[in-house]
Design a protein around this ligand. Structure first.
Ligand code: GSH
Ligand code: ZN
Ligand code: ZN
Length: 191
């Protein structure tokens, strides 16, 4: 059987709702779940093949989107959260008991500082923005996917209407490079 990319991708994509304005995420513990309340829909929601983003078991990709950090609050069992990797740019807060990542936050100077990274499949609500593209696709080889499977993986994304990139989408790459240019002193008129 072909490997699962992700349950939210494998059988086609369900569009989100433009009027949806947030909901709750829960970890996968049987009791005393960590609860996160998001007062916003996600943006730039996408499949990520990197080794650092949380994936449901059996899936090759994570689905991860961003929300303004001011829209994120931990509303139950905060004491179960711990940082996965204190050195990483994205400080991923995971449940110590079930391992699910509840939110990732950037504290250092970075183009995406101010945005938290979240996985909407941890919510029971419907209406979250659907995945827009797939990023870090080639990274799945680093986790053991066979290089010869890559055409099939990219074809599957294409079949559900998603573009694939080996880093991020052009919009996000341009944001990162704009930030880097400005850091080096370049000033753009009319941004
Ligand atoms: N090939 C690497 C890529 C890791 C990577 O750069 N991930 C991206 C996408 S989530 C990132 O921005 N990481 C920053 C971080 O994890 O802090 C891997 O799979 O581990
Ligand atoms: Zn948990
Ligand atoms: Zn990632």
């Amino acid at each position: 059987m072909a490997p699962s990319l992700h349950p939210l991708i494998d059988n086609g994509i369900t569009p989100g709702s433009s009027s949806f304005s947030g909901g709750k995420l829960h970890c996968r513990c049987a009791s005393d779940q960590v609860e996160i309340t998001l007062n916003s829909n996600v943006a730039h929601n996408h499949a990520c093949g990197c080794s650092k983003c949380w994936k449901p078991s059996g899936s090759l990709f994570s689905i991860v989107g961003v929300v303004p950090r001011d829209a994120v609050s931990v509303t139950a069992n905060a004491s179960k959260l711990s940082l996965v990797d204190k050195e990483a740019t994205i400080q991923r807060n995971a449940c110590k008991d079930c391992g699910v990542h509840l939110f990732g936050r950037i504290e250092k100077d970075h183009p995406f500082k101010g945005l938290d990274f979240v996985h909407v499949e941890l919510s029971d609500e419907k209406g979250w923005q659907e995945p827009q593209f797939a990023g870090f696709v080639s990274s799945i080889i680093e986790q053991g996917s066979h290089p010869k499977e890559m055409d099939e993986v990219r074809a599957k994304f294409k079949a559900v209407g998603l573009q694939t990139y080996d880093v991020l989408s052009p919009v996000l790459m341009d944001l990162i490079s704009t930030f880097t240019a400005q850091k080096s002193g370049i000033r753009f008129a009319n941004l």
